[in-house]
Design a protein around this ligand. Structure first.
Ligand SMILES: [Zn+2]
Length: 359
């Protein structure tokens, strides 16, 4: 592992200009692939009169239609599948609770790419494989299994050589988790901050805060929801490293916080710019500038020629409001491209009327 802080130092620390160059190159390839291999994209792009040649710069992406969760529902199950079925290794389905499922498909290349990107989380957090003297981390993974992204998050730790314990599916009692943490000398957690079941951090803290504080746990990696600010401050005051991982089922990883970050505001995430392109738009779908707050639109650029192709995700509205920031430089050395203070938005009625619905 390079430098113990990065998995791929060149990609993680690229200059902003270089990242944008790479983004445009990958974007053009992805748009071409989607147009040539998926009828839903082809129709939507034709309706707007856009294609690969439209993309002279990243700003031109604003001419393309915005994809929403409703579109994924509308074309369920195979509408966004863009490869022959014999190339597909995994299918992730979600949305069952609302009765409106979506499907995301993964090829072997997609799978490897997600694991590769997810592995960046651990060195950034100072979570490292044990050495020959058993100095290093043991990870307890309490995030709910079933989401492909979450599974990859766990597999990424194994790939780096970090021993990981997946929480047993029947363990909904915080007490059981506290026993595992003690028995195995767990030093790092992947966990949701809050939630209904007993597998979230709040649940564990309510049962026995002392046992979370006075044990070997050094690092808490949370995902799935923002962490309540008081909870975070309290844990940090007691010496724990608390870091968020930001991503989504449909689009994969968006970004991370690193233990080594300094000089950037709290609640800010580095964007993995080499594989994720983030735009922000207003109520009318019009692009906003870095520094402004708006709805987040994400394009998954893929890792290489083959990744991110089974279900191309181009200009997807994640449902979050964020501030996109370019700069300042960060003490961790990663690309100074950030999203800050994500907040879930429920009502898109105005935007839906003005600019969604082309798919
Ligand atoms: Zn940083």
């Amino acid at each position: 592992m390079e430098d113990m802080k990065y998995v791929n130092k060149d990609l993680e620390t690229m200059s902003l200009d270089k990242v944008k160059e790479l983004q445009l190159e990958k974007l053009r390839k992805m748009v071409k692939f989607a147009y040539e291999n998926n009828e839903v994209y082809k129709e939507a792009f034709d309706k707007k009169g856009v294609k690969t040649e439209t993309l002279d710069s990243l700003d031109d992406l604003a001419k393309f239609p915005i994809l929403t969760k409703e579109h994924l529902v509308k074309h369920f199950p195979y509408g966004f599948l863009s490869m022959p079925k014999n190339q597909i290794k995994k299918i992730y389905m979600s949305g069952g609770t609302t009765g409106k499922p979506i499907a995301i498909f993964y090829s072997a290349a997609d799978n490897n790419e997600i694991i590769d990107v997810a592995s960046r989380i651990y060195p950034a957090a100072g979570v490292l494989p044990p050495d020959e003297n058993n100095k290093g981390d043991v990870l307890y993974h309490l995030l709910p299994m079933g989401s492909h992204i979450v599974n990859c998050f766990m597999d990424a730790a194994s790939t780096l050589g970090i021993p990981v314990i997946p929480a047993h599916f029947s363990y909904n009692e915080p007490e059981k988790h506290l026993e595992v943490i003690k028995d195995f000398g767990v030093t790092a957690l992947n966990i949701a901050p809050v939630g209904k079941k007993g597998s979230n951090l709040q649940g564990l803290l309510e049962v026995d805060e002392e046992r979370i504080i006075d044990n070997n746990i050094k690092t808490i990696l949370y995902a799935g929801a923002p962490m309540p600010i008081d909870m975070m401050k309290d844990l940090m005051k007691k010496g724990k490293t608390v870091l968020g991982v930001y991503g989504g089922t449909e689009i994969g990883g968006i970004g991370i916080q690193s233990k080594y970050c300094s000089g950037i505001p709290p609640g800010t995430f580095h964007v993995w710019g080499d594989r994720t392109l983030v735009e922000i738009v207003d109520d009318d779908g019009k692009p906003l500038k870095p520094g402004q707050r708006g709805y987040m639109i994400v394009t998954a650029l893929g890792g290489d020629e083959f990744a991110g192709r089974a279900t191309p995700i181009i200009r997807y509205r994640t449902g979050d409001e964020v501030t996109l920031m370019e700069g300042p430089e960060c003490g961790c050395g990663r690309t100074p491209l950030y999203v800050s203070k994500p907040k879930r938005i429920e009502d898109f009625s105005r935007m839906d009327k003005s600019c969604a619905g082309e798919f």
